[in-house]
Design a protein around this ligand. Structure first.
Ligand code: NAD
Length: 501
C-alpha cells in the first residue's frame, strides 16, 4: 500500500505535516476509544519545544480490569486464538501495510512525543513494520512435533497461545519496542494489552486505530495509556494476565517479578537496561572509521538506547589518539531540531531525565574523570544536551558503572586482552558488547568470553529480524525478534495417545 501524498524531505515539510496532525488521546478498550473511568488525564509534551500536545487518558485499576475482562472474553471466544495461523497472518500483514501507508505520521508522533530525530523515528518505523511482517510470516511455518515413541503410542507436542499478554514498554523507541512485543504475541494467537510509557503514548493510540482498521477482533488488541505505578502495576498484579512482556529499567523489571509472585506466577519476560562495553584493540587499521562508529554507538538517539555503547574500552597504546578521533566525530553529532532530517541527536525526553543526565555529568567531574567535551545543557527552549565525553574513567566511578541513558561516553584504558575482558564483564548488566579488531583469533576468543546477549564484531548494533535481541544477567531474560520470540508467547502441550485400547 503506497501513500499518495509526497514524502516529507525538509524541515519545512515535516513542520507542515506536524501542524496538520491530530492526536487520539483516549484509551482503546474493548474495541472503543474511551476516557479513563476516573476522567483523569496526563500531559503529553514535546520536549523540543515544551508545547503540550495532548491531554491523554490516565488509566488505572478499573480500566485495567475492563481491558483484562475483554481480553479474556476474546481469548475464550477463540475468534483470534483458534483462527488458522495463515488467517492471523493475513490480518497482521494488513496491519503492517496500514502502518507503512501511515509511516510518516507514526514517525512524527514519536518524534513530537519524545524528542528523537525524525530520521531515527523513520528507521524505527521500518523496524516496527518489518517485525510485524516477519512474525506474521513465521506463524504459519511453525510445526508441532511428533515424539519418537513406540508404535503403540502417538505422542504430539503442540504449541498453543498462552492467553492474555500484557506488554509494558518504554519511551526510547516507542513504536518499535511495541512491535517487538505485540507482533509475536498476536501472531501466536494471544489477546494483547499494551501499556505504552506515560512519556510517549501517542503512536500506540494511533496504532490501535490502525489495528481496528486492519480487522483485529474486539478485545484482541487494547491500549491503556497511564503510569507504571497505577495501570502498569494493576496489569502486573492481575490474576487474569498470563504473561508480562516488559521492556524498561532493571529496577522496574525486578518489581514485575515480585508482582508475578504475589499474584498468579504469570510468565515475566524482561528486556532491561545496560552499560555496554565497546572494546577497541590497537590492531584496527582504519581508526577514523572505528571512532566514528564508537561515537554513534553512544550518541545515537541522544544516548537514550538500551544498547548504547556507553563504556568505551581502548587499548592504552592508541588511547590518546583514538579519543581525539572520537571527539572529532562527535562534533558532527550535535543535537538539533528533531524535525530536521539532518539532526543526528534530538531532545532529551523530559525534565526528569534531563536533570538525571546532568547529575551524572556533575558526579563524573566530582569523582575525577576528565571532561573532554559537552557537559552543559544547551540554552532552551527545549531539553538538549550535547555529546559529552569523559576520559580517564575507572570502574569505581559512578559514570563508569551506572546506566545514564543519555549522551555521555565513559572512556577507559586497558593494557591487555585479559584486562579488557575482565573490565567489560565487570557489570551487573549483559545486554550488548562490541569489539573492534582485525585479529581473527582474538575476535573468536573475546567473543566467547564476553558475558552479553549480543556481541557486535567490527560494527555496533548490527542485526535484523532474523536475530534474537535480549540480555543476560540483570539485562533481562527474554528475547525479542526472530522465531525465538514466538516461543515465549506460546505454551507447549504434550499429548500422549495410546493406540492399543
Ligand atoms: P521504566 O522501567 O521506568 O518504564 C518502562 C515501562 O514500565 C513504562 O511503561 C512504565 O510506565 C512502566 N512501569 C514503571 N513502573 C512500573 C510498575 N511499578 N509496574 C508496572 N509498570 C511500570 O523505563 P523507561 O524509563 O521507560 O525506559 C528506560 C529503560 O528501558 C532503560 O533502563 C533502558 O535500558 C531500558 N530499555 C531496554 C531495552 C531492551 O531491549 N533491553 C530497550 C529499550 C529500553
Amino acid at each position: 500500500m503506497v501513500s499518495r501524498t509526497p514524502s516529507p524531505r525538509t524541515l519545512a515539510d515535516w513542520q507542515a505535516r506536524a501542524a496538520e496532525l491530530s492526536f487520539e488521546s483516549r484509551a482503546f478498550i474493548d474495541d472503543t476509544f474511551v476516557a479513563a473511568e476516573s476522567g483523569d488525564t496526563f500531559e503529553s509534551r514535546n520536549p523540543a519545544t515544551g508545547e503540550v500536545l495532548a491531554q491523554v487518558a490516565s488509566c488505572d485499576e478499573p480500566d485495567a480490569a475492563r481491558a483484562v475482562a475483554a481480553a479474556r472474553q476474546a481469548f475464550a471466544g477463540g475468534e483470534w486464538a483458534r483462527l488458522a495461523p495463515g488467517k492471523r497472518k493475513k490480518t497482521l500483514l494488513r496491519l503492517a501495510d496500514l502502518m507503512e501507508a501511515h509511516k510518516h505520521e507514526l514517525a512524527l508522533l514519536d518524534t513530537l512525543d519524545m524528542g528523537k530525530p525524525i530520521s531515527s523515528s523513520l528507521g524505527d518505523m521500518a523496524g516496527a513494520i518489518g517485525c510485524i511482517r516477519y512474525q506474521a510470516e513465521c506463524i504459519d511455518k511453525l510445526y508441532g512435533e511428533v515424539a519418537p515413541t513406540g508404535e503403540e503410542t502417538l505422542a504430539l507436542v503442540l504449541r498453543e497461545p498462552i492467553g492474555v499478554v500484557a506488554a509494558i514498554v518504554p519511551w526510547n523507541f516507542p513504536l518499535m519496542m511495541t512491535a517487538w512485543k505485540i507482533a509475536p504475541a498476536l501472531a501466536a494467537g494471544n489477546s494483547v494489552i499494551l501499556k505504552p510509557s506515560e512519556k510517549s503514548p501517542l503512536s500506540a493510540l494511533r496504532l490501535a486505530q490502525l489495528a481496528k482498521e486492519a480487522g483485529l477482533p474486539k478485545g484482541v488488541f487494547q491500549v491503556l495509556p497511564g503510569f507504571g505505578h497505577t495501570v502498569g502495576k494493576a496489569l502486573a498484579l492481575s490474576h487474569e494476565v498470563d504473561c508480562l512482556a516488559f521492556t524498561g529499567s532493571t529496577a522496574v523489571g525486578k518489581q514485575l517479578m515480585q508482582y508475578a509472585g504475589q499474584s498468579n506466577l504469570k510468565r515475566v519476560y524482561l528486556e532491561c537496561g545496560g552499560k555496554s562495553p565497546n572494546l577497541v584493540f590497537a590492531d584496527c587499521k582504519d581508526l577514523d572509521r572505528v571512532a566514528s562508529h564508537a561515537a554513534a554507538a553512544i550518541f545515537h538517539n541522544q544516548g537514550e538506547v538500551c544498547i548504547a555503547g556507553s563504556r568505551l574500552l581502548v587499548e592504552n597504546t592508541i588511547r590518546d589518539d583514538f579519543v581525539e578521533r572520537v571527539l572529532k566525530a562527535a562534533e558532527n553529532m550535535q543535537p538539533g531540531d528533531p524535525l530536521d532530517p539532518d539532526s543526528f541527536m534530538g531532545a532529551i525526553v523530559d525534565e526528569v531525565q534531563h536533570r538525571r543526565i546532568l547529575d551524572y555529568i556533575r558526579q563524573g567531574v566530582e569523582e575525577g574523570a576528565r571532561l573532554r567535551s559537552g557537559g552543559q545543557a544547551l540554552e532552551g527552549p527545549g531539553l538538549f544536551i550535547p555529546p559529552t565525553v569523559f576520559d580517564g574513567v575507572t570502574p569505581q566511578m559512578t559514570i563508569g558503572r551506572e546506566e545514564i541513558f543519555g549522551p555521555v561516553l565513559a572512556v577507559f584504558g586497558f593494557d591487555t586482552e585479559e584486562e579488557a575482558v575482565a573490565m567489560a564483564n565487570d557489570t551487573p548488566y549483559g545486554l550488548a558488547a562490541g569489539l573492534w579488531s582485525q585479529d581473527i583469533d582474538r575476535i573468536l576468543r573475546v567473543t566467547r568470553r564476553l558475558q552479553s546477549g549480543q556481541v557486535f564484531v567490527n560494527n555496533w548494533a548490527g542485526g535484523d529480524q532474523t536475530m534474537p535481541f535480549g540480555g543476560v544477567k540483570q539485562s533481562g531474560n527474554g528475547r525479542d525478534k526472530s522465531h525465538h520470540s514466538l516461543e515465549e508467547y506460546s505454551e507447549l502441550k504434550s499429548v500422549w495417545m495410546s493406540l492399543t485400547l
